[in-house]
Ligand binder design. Sequence first.
Ligand SMILES: [Fe+2]
Length: 162
Amino acid sequence: MNLEKLFIDTLKDIYFAERQILKALPKMIKAARAPKLREGFSVHLEETEGQVERLQKVFEALGRRAQGKTCEAIQGIIEECEELLEEVSQPGPVRDAGLIACGQAVEHYEMARYGVLIAWAEVLGRKDIVSLLQANLDQEKKADALLTGLAESVNSAAAMAA
Ligand SMILES: [Fe+2]
């Protein structure tokens, strides 16, 4: 096992994760009530499509076929989101607050993965790959910040909900 091999394994992990997120986001958009939250998730769904394409370019740059590797971490986060939707069956601020929490768990997982992939691509001397991964990381950070902003009003409304 060397660092390049570890890099490829982690790349497969995030590729799997992004594609799971592509499947989960439409459900999250449907479940959200606050228009700004729905819009935020919708924008991120489009961004995620672009992120998958960038990851395919990374595989291409490495001369490999794009391939995912089951990521139990993201599956667990998405399962928790599904549980939340069952537990808080009524649309409204409490459900929205929970959805924001799920979304942020996803973003933070991705930020951790992209952060490490960028650091490894740098030491492996792959500047071409760094810029692709950095573009994805920037979008995840932006999505996370947007959710933090939305949480302010959603959480206040949730605290007042019966
Ligand atoms: Fe992503």
